[in-house]
Design a protein around this ligand. Structure first.
Ligand SMILES: [Zn+2]
Length: 463
């Protein structure tokens, strides 16, 4: 089957070019100034922008947090992603039961996602509690057989790794070309402050950001960067950077000449701030880790995107229902499940708040949402770019159209959006996954189970 997209503007990480795009059997066949293909289905996209299908390298579909699960599974969550212009996710696995080794969650995650996902998908493995020889032999095997070439570790939470194990992991990662992704917050600071909140009866949502200060992030970012440097520059990827203090540590490492690391931020840290916690009830909606920060942090992160200091924008999509699940924290924020929805809002937010408002360029949007995640997570050039030979994952955007974000017209299972009422300029018209229309005018047209599992290659950060 052939489809011809005529008269659109194709956006890459370097420019915006008027071009026709010919799709054949799910693959991009040709991109050039004028294509004639009488047998192809013709789609005039004059006046519209063509972006590569976006990649969200940080989601938590069906996440098991012990007392409940994230309210989007791999079906509803990927439907929402698709409607937001995302055609690939790389999901972060939940912690396995205590004592489990890495293969455990690989099997578990296939059983959660296979046959359910509507867009293409992969996973980051998870490292927990300890790092011994069996852990290392399993992660090498998983990278080889499953194409899971990135593993996540945490510097906080019960299943965190302590520094000696973190350093052992980094050394192993360097040897085996595996990318280590890391949640950076100082566990000691957080636990002390959370305990003190309990003692002093400071338990409303407003104390959530106070118990996880920016310095706790900055310290952990600094420590991880130095540990990676000390492990002969082991490849490292810092997830969800939220603060200016953390950013300063990133800049310091770049200045030292450290190269083999990437840094992600998320729309919530660019668009929202900690005033959302002022209302004790509404504040529960934004309980996530790290927490929302100050206006000055937002400005610093936008500047970092503008100056190419950061590498990707992902979501950390981890939704819980407000009316039910989030209410667990109504008398004590520490009991509230951490996380918020966002997989559907990401591309429209970066387009509207970033490009339309002049904070970043359109090619930068494509770099942060498509090209860099594809390169860093071993999917390039199959994904992340519109050029011959790549998968025909394409998002068509009407740049002049406006829309107001309403939870009721989003597709995930959460009953709220942190961006409710925000006006967006630039509306998604059509989304193609491997040449098939899966979204048109905010209607999902794809099929359950049509997402394909992606075996990934080596990260560009290992090279
Ligand atoms: Zn996360």
């Amino acid at each position: 089957m052939r489809t011809l997209l005529k008269n659109g503007t194709v956006v890459s990480e370097s420019d915006c070019v008027k071009a026709d795009v010919l799709i054949e059997d799910g693959i991009i066949k040709e991109v050039s100034s004028s294509i004639d293909a009488p047998d192809a289905e013709l789609n005039d996209v004059g006046g519209k922008l063509l972006l590569p299908g976006a990649i969200d390298a940080h989601t938590h579909m069906d996440l098991d947090v012990g007392f409940t699960r994230a309210c989007d599974d791999f079906y509803s969550g990927t439907v929402a992603a698709a409607c937001g212009g995302t055609t690939t996710i790389i999901d972060h696995m939940a912690f396995a039961p205590k004592g489990a080794y890495p293969w455990h969650q690989v099997k578990e995650y296939h059983s959660l996602s296979d046959g359910n996902a509507v867009i293409d998908y992969s996973f980051h493995g998870v490292l927990q509690e300890k790092a011994d020889q069996r852990t290392f032999s399993e992660i090498r095997e998983i990278a080889e057989n499953e194409g899971i070439t990135s593993f996540k570790l945490y510097l906080t939470y019960d299943m965190m790794l302590h520094d000696k194990d973190v350093f052992a992991v980094l050394n192993e990662a360097k040897r085996s070309n595996i990318l280590i992704t890391v949640h950076c917050e100082n566990d000691g600071i957080i636990n002390y402050l959370r305990d003190r909140c309990g003692v002093e009866n400071n338990l409303t949502a407003a104390f959530h950001p106070k118990s996880r200060p920016a310095e706790a992030e900055a310290e952990a970012v600094n420590r991880m960067l130095y540990m990676a440097e000390c492990a002969d520059e082991a490849p490292l990827y810092i997830v969800h950077l939220s603060s200016e203090a953390g950013l300063k540590e990133v800049l310091a490492a770049r200045k030292r000449g450290q190269k083999h690391f990437g840094v992600e931020t998320c729309p919530q840290y660019l668009v929202l701030d900690d005033s959302l916690y002022d209302d004790p009830r509404e504040g529960l909606k934004a309980i996530m880790s790290p927490p929302l920060r100050k206006d000055s942090d937002r400005t610093a992160l936008w500047d970092a995107l503008k100056n190419d200091v950061l590498d990707t924008v992902a979501t950390d999509h981890c939704p819980f229902t407000f009316e039910n699940q989030k209410q667990r924290g109504k008398d004590d924020f520490r009991l509230c499940p951490n996380g918020a929805p966002g997989v559907e809002e990401r591309l429209p937010l970066l387009f509207s708040e970033g490009y339309v408002k002049g904070r970043i360029t359109l090619p930068q949007c494509v770099k942060y949402l498509c090209v860099n995640p594809a390169k860093i997570f071993g999917l390039y050039p199959k994904k992340g770019v519109i050029k011959p030979g790549s998968d025909a994952d394409i998002v068509i955007i009407d740049p002049e159209k406006k829309r107001t974000i309403r939870s009721a017209s989003l597709h995930g299972n959460a009953d709220y959006s942190c961006y409710e009422g925000m006006e967006i300029k630039g509306v998604i018209d059509t989304v193609f996954l491997r040449g098939e229309v899966i979204v048109k005018d905010n209607d999902f047209l794809g099929k359950k189970g049509n997402g394909r599992y992606l075996k990934r290659g080596i990260s560009s950060l290992c090279l």
